[in-house]
Design a protein around this ligand. Sequence first.
Ligand SMILES: *Cc1c(COP(=O)(O)O)cnc(C)c1O
Length: 446
Amino acid sequence: MKREAVTTANAALVARSLRAVWHPCTQMKAHETWPLVPMVSGEGAWLVDANGKRYLDAISSWWVNLFGHREPRIVAAIEAQLHRVEHVILAGCTHPPVIELSERLAALVGGGLGHAFYASDGASATEIALKMSAHFWRNSGRPNKHRFVAVAQGYHGETIGALGVTDVEIFRSAYEPLLRAAALVPSPDWRLAEPGESPQDYAVRAALALEQHLEAHADNTAAIIVEPLVQCAAGMAMHHPEYLRRVRGLCDRFDVHLIADEIAVGFGRTGSFFAHEQAGIKPDFLCLSKGITGGYLPLSAVLATDTIYAAFYDDDTARGFLHSHSYTGNALACSAALAVLDIFRDDDVLAMNALRTARFDARIDWLHTDPRIANVRRCGTILAFDVPMATPGFSRRYAQAALADGALLRPIGNTVYFMPPYLLTEDEWVWLMGVSRRALDAAMAS
Ligand SMILES: *Cc1c(COP(=O)(O)O)cnc(C)c1O
């Protein structure tokens, strides 16, 4: 009796959502057979549906919830700011949280990128970096430099400008006529290496293609946009840091900006606080979002160099960067971001994550021995593997089997990945591996 009532609560929410909510990244008709899950609360790494069933959020709710759900310190920071002021127009006014966040982000990059421009989502950060780069060249008397180079398989968001530098066919094709296509250079994804070619050698070869492109087109190229170390949306495609060193060198040589899109990989995902640190380089623009508020409120930032900033600083209004978003630098979101930075400092998160991943790595033997699995790879807290023999519908079957078992996982095509919040325990990890294995069996059987 009780069970039935609870199930009805779940079903009622689903029915209402399917009527009124147009869900993202979804063919809505698929929900005729693929159940939507109505989550009503969360705690740590777990989400709870209206039925009371718990799900381990193994993908940090689309890679944003770094410290899980209802982290008390982030909740407290937002609450405290709510009692001061929730939002302040950032044109003509400023406020303490946005100042402190900008200073601390600049310090975390270690100098050189001390000017933070804010928006509310990742795609807008991409738009800002692209516009700023082209506008920089225009202000510098080189207005022809307004084309962009993007990396094959790259993902930078889905607004029209961001889609122009995104190379994911399924997101692009319907909008192709609307887009201003970027020039594509080969991905340094090490899975594309020839047999016997090391990831580093392949990275060098991929950079060579960029060199050839810039030799011919640097005159009209403003910037190249890259996802340092991991092209996440492509299916956790990883590359050797040598690629970033080479790209940095080429950008210097050819007078082209390097835009590092760390929207997914920033904030500790790859093991270092920022991914580009592992290559020992600095970009000209650094795009941040996703983990920046720990998943509590929408926020993104673009950090730019002094040189870029200086090219806009002028008596002429039109030489300024006039771009704006209503919620720019929202005070609640900035407070959440400050709480996230406090947690990184107070809990020594990077060191703890290194310990955690070492322990997790010791529990994944099955990935290395299962003949259905290939390309097991890890970068920081991202673990992924491919299932080459997967048949169409694999990712849906896998996700559904995992959900039934109590884990939120969303394979990308034939790639299964884990991007857990930074608080998963070893027991939870071992349990998750069991779920994954059963989900693989189920997805391959049907
Ligand atoms: C998610 C993502 C974006 C877009 O961010 P949204 O907030 O979804 O617009 C851009 N670049 C990368 C690398 C991302 O992972």
